[in-house]
Write a protein that binds this ligand. Structure first.
Ligand code: WQD
Length: 314
C-alpha cells in the first residue's frame, strides 16, 4: 500500500511515516519544510507549498504516480499566531486543502485522512467531549480545522471518502530524532525551561478544577500515529463518505500534574511559577474515546508517565 503524507516531515507526520513503514507501507512525503525537517524521514520528500498557485499542477504530477490514500497534516497550527494573523491561516490551511482536494479529484484519489483538532470544540463545558458535541471553535486555527472537515465531507460529491481525526494534546517522542523541536506546547516548553535553568510557568491556577490548573487529554504521538494507519484501514473497509474520530486517551491531566510527573521523570525537584491565565484556555478538554475504541479498534497504549519519560529522555 502506498501513502502520500502531507506535512510528513513534521513532528507528528514523521512519526506517522515511521509507523507506516514499520507496518510495511510505502510512504511519500509532501512538505514545504517551513517547520518540517527532511532528515526526519527515510522516503521521498517533495517540497511543495500546498497553498501556492503552482501547487495543483505539482500535486497532480505527483499523484499521477498512484497512491492508495492521502494523509493530510500540512497546516499551520499555532493558536496564538492564528489570532494575530488569521488571513495566513485561512490562506494556508484552507487554500492548501482546497488545492489538494482539486488535485485528488482530477487524479481520482478517493481516500483521505484529515488531521483535525480538539480546537474544533472551542470551550465545551463538559467532563469529556464526544464527536457529536457542538463544534464552536474560538480561534481561527480551530475554525480552519472545522472548515477543513466540511470541505472533506462535501467532496463526497465526487466520491471522496474521508476520515477526520480530532487530535487532543499530542506529546512525547516515539523514536530518537523525531522529538517535537518547536516548543509550542506545555511539555516541550516546560522541558525547554528546565534545560535553560529556568522554571516552568503555570498559566493560571484559579480554574474550576481540583488543583486550579487546566486539564487536558495528553496522547502519545505513537498512539496518534497508529490511529492514522487504523484510519486508512477503516477507509478500506467502511463505505460511509465521512467520519470523525477523537484521538486521545479519555483521561485528563492538569498542568500541575504534568509538572509533578516531570519532576519524577527528570529527578529535578524544581519549582514552577504561576502566571495569569492565558486567553482562550478552556478549563478542561478531555476526549470521549468510545468511537475510537469501537470503530477504529484502538485504545491508547501509553499514559502520562510514558509520554513525559519519552519527551525527557528521547
Ligand atoms: C496545554 C495547557 C495551557 C504552556 C493546543 C492547541 C490544540 C492542539 C494542542 C493542535 C493549557 C497550559 C502551556 C505553559 C501552561 N494543537 N500551559 N504553561 O492549548 O491545550 O492545545 O495544542 O491540534 O489545537 O490549541 O495546548 O500545550 O498550549 O497548553 O500552563 O508554558 O498547558 O494554558 O492549559 P492546548 P498547550
Amino acid at each position: 500500500m502506498k501513502l502520500l503524507v502531507t506535512g510528513g516531515a513534521g513532528y507528528i507526520g514523521s512519526h506517522i511515516v515511521w509507523q507506516a513503514q514499520q507496518a510495511g507501507l510505502e510512504c511519500t512525503v509532501i512538505d514545504n519544510l517551513s517547520t518540517g525537517l527532511g532528515d526526519r524521514v527515510s522516503c521521498e520528500v517533495a517540497q511543495i507549498d500546498l497553498a501556492a498557485e503552482s501547487a495543483i499542477g505539482q500535486l497532480e504530477k505527483l499523484l499521477s504516480k498512484g497512491f492508495d490514500a492521502v494523509i493530510h497534516l500540512a497546516a499551520r497550527k499555532q493558536v496564538g499566531e492564528s489570532v494575530e494573523k488569521p488571513e495566513l491561516y485561512f490562506k494556508d490551511n484552507i487554500g492548501g486543502l482546497a488545492n489538494l482536494l482539486l488535485a485528488m479529484r482530477s487524479t481520482s484519489h478517493h481516500k483521505l485522512v484529515f488531521s483535525s483538532s480538539a480546537a474544533t470544540y472551542g470551550m465545551p463545558n463538559k467532563d469529556s467531549v464526544s464527536e457529536d458535541d457542538p463544534t464552536t471553535p474560538i480561534n481561527p486555527y480551530g475554525q480552519t480545522k472545522l472548515i477543513g472537515e466540511w470541505m472533506s465531507a462535501n467532496a463526497k460529491q465526487w466520491g471522496l471518502r474521508a476520515v477526520s481525526l480530532r487530535y487532543f494534546n499530542v506529546a512525547g517522542t516515539g523514536k530518537a530524532g523525531l522529538a517535537d523541536t518547536a516548543a509550542l506546547n506545555l511539555i516541550p516548553i516546560a522541558i525547554g525551561q528546565l534545560r535553560a535553568g529556568k522554571s516552568p510557568v503555570v498559566f493560571g491556577n484559579d480554574y474550576p478544577t481540583p488543583d486550579g490548573s487546566c486539564i487536558r487529554d495528553y496522547v502519545h504521538v505513537n498512539d496518534l500515529a497508529l490511529a492514522h494507519i487504523a484510519a486508512v484501514d477503516y477507509l478500506g473497509r467502511e463505505s460511509r463518505p465521512f467520519d470523525v474520530f477523537n484521538i486521545g486517551t479519555g483521561k485528563g491531566a492538569s498542568v500541575i500534574e504534568v509538572l509533578d510527573e516531570l519532576k519524577k521523570v527528570s529527578g529535578l525537584n524544581f519549582q514552577y511559577e504561576v502566571s495569569e491565565r492565558r486567553a482562550g484556555d478552556p478549563p478542561k478538554l478531555v476526549a470521549n474515546v468510545d468511537r475510537m475504541e469501537k470503530e477504529l479498534g484502538l485504545k491508547a497504549r501509553y499514559g502520562l508517565t510514558e509520554i513525559i519519560d519519552s519527551a525527557w529522555n528521547l
